[in-house]
Design a protein around this ligand. Sequence first.
Ligand SMILES: Nc1ncnc2c1ncn2[C@@H]1O[C@H](COP(=O)(O)OP(=O)(O)OP(=O)(O)O)[C@@H](O)[C@H]1O
Ligand SMILES: [Mg+2]
Length: 258
Amino acid sequence: MAKRIDVSGLNAYYGSFLAVEDISMTVEPRSVTAFIGPSGCGKSTFLRTLNRMHEVTPGGRVEGKVLLDDENLYGAGIDPVAVRREVGMVFQRPNPFPTMSVYDNVAAGLRLNGKYKKAQLDEIVEKSLKGANLWNEVKDRLNKPGSGLSGGQQQRLCIARAIAVEPKVLLMDEPCSALDPISTLAIEDLIGELKERFTIVIVTHNMQQAARVSDRTAFFNLAAVGQPGKLIEIDDTERIFSNPSVQATEDYISGRFG
Ligand SMILES: Nc1ncnc2c1ncn2[C@@H]1O[C@H](COP(=O)(O)OP(=O)(O)OP(=O)(O)O)[C@@H](O)[C@H]1O
Ligand SMILES: [Mg+2]
């Protein structure tokens, strides 16, 4: 079966600085993959190469291939905007559009992408908010500003906004690091539900979180500051946390460094 994501020989640069080097990995559809590793090893940089966001940074440049369902996202004639529709992103800090209502936040991507009748929009907004486990909390305040929600609610609003356009893949860069423990558990539960419909890649510094939510875990590391980050190993999460192949992985997950 085709892989949802198939990366080979990927290098990512900022100007002349090689930030991540020679990454190859695959991701199955409807799975959760966690990226772990010490600060600066290139997790966020690599994540952003998966939806062509890296090149938005000045000097950002990518070599190698990222296949999404067998199509190279870096091939000739590929529209990065279309890629970002297929591969959505949720950031560390919840970033709802501050002046927009809850409803408009969720509908924003849909309105950019096509013409929908009001009734259709209503339906997708409700489905997306339900999908993000937020509907019950906001159904009576759909026309209030999204920025008036709690941090955890805002993050679920951002997830609702991301899933409203039905992406194939959802990238999440430390989506819980600004949240309290209850909101964090709510997002973790949600990830378990969302993987029935989407393929998820999540960066986390929380080992328990990686162990709880992911099917596969990728450990990244760098030899020294200024050296490129590399993928050390990727395997079933259970195996990474019980019996990794590489000593550095074991040292990292047992808290000996990083
Ligand atoms: N905009 C940028 N311009 C230049 N270098 C950058 C930029 N963003 C990141 N880097 C560098 O690229 C390397 C990888 O950074 P990245 O943010 O991907 O690491 P990370 O693993 O996500 O770290 P953290 O766990 O702290 O979020 C680091 O050396 C970092 O300093
Ligand atoms: Mg990061």
